[in-house]
Design a protein around this ligand. Sequence first.
Ligand SMILES: N[C@@H](CCC(=O)N[C@@H](CS)C(=O)NCC(=O)O)C(=O)O
Length: 201
Amino acid sequence: MYILYHYPYSQHARRVVSLLEAAELPYEIRHIDMEKQEYLSPEYLAINPNHQLPTLLDGDIKIHESNAILRYLCFKHELNDWYPADLAARAGVEQWLDWNQCRLGPAIVDVVLNKVFMGEHGDKAAVARGEAKLKELLPILASGLKGKAFLASDKPSIADLSVASNIFHLGFAEASPQEPEIVSWFGRVSALKGFVASLPQ
Ligand SMILES: N[C@@H](CCC(=O)N[C@@H](CS)C(=O)NCC(=O)O)C(=O)O
């Protein structure tokens, strides 16, 4: 039984739930209330000194970094549909996983954290910076999806779960992308039962 330190409004934690649910892996949620700053508690810092969600425990193995957790689960359970062995498809999965962390993710955090979750304490300059970045990045995602059902092949992969968790997050700021390729791809990911099960109630 896996233990997942989780908060439903964490896009990083939700992507792990998407895969656990899709692959029907047994897990138990340990809810960390971010509003109450439980991620800064000494108990949680002993589990993840980065004070971030998610963290996955598999017996003595403790993993932080959401995409690393996705890869770990795929390796361990040979989830080859979600993490294809074919070199070209694998390269696509890796590319979009890293792009999501390094490029898209920070822009999404700038916008959603500061516009929505920080309320009146939000940093308006960060919102503007994030919005400007999204103007550059969303067309890149749209162009990557041109003529394709999913990011790396004709089947959904962990890259789709990872990127879609961020695209869903933009909805909180009423900033969902309007590019037709992203809209139709997001519709396909939104029909996946694991993705549906990860959404906050
Ligand atoms: N690179 C990390 C980012 C995790 C992350 O930023 N989690 C947020 C919640 S969505 C968090 O815990 N933030 C609190 C903090 O950074 O102190 C991952 O992919 O797991």
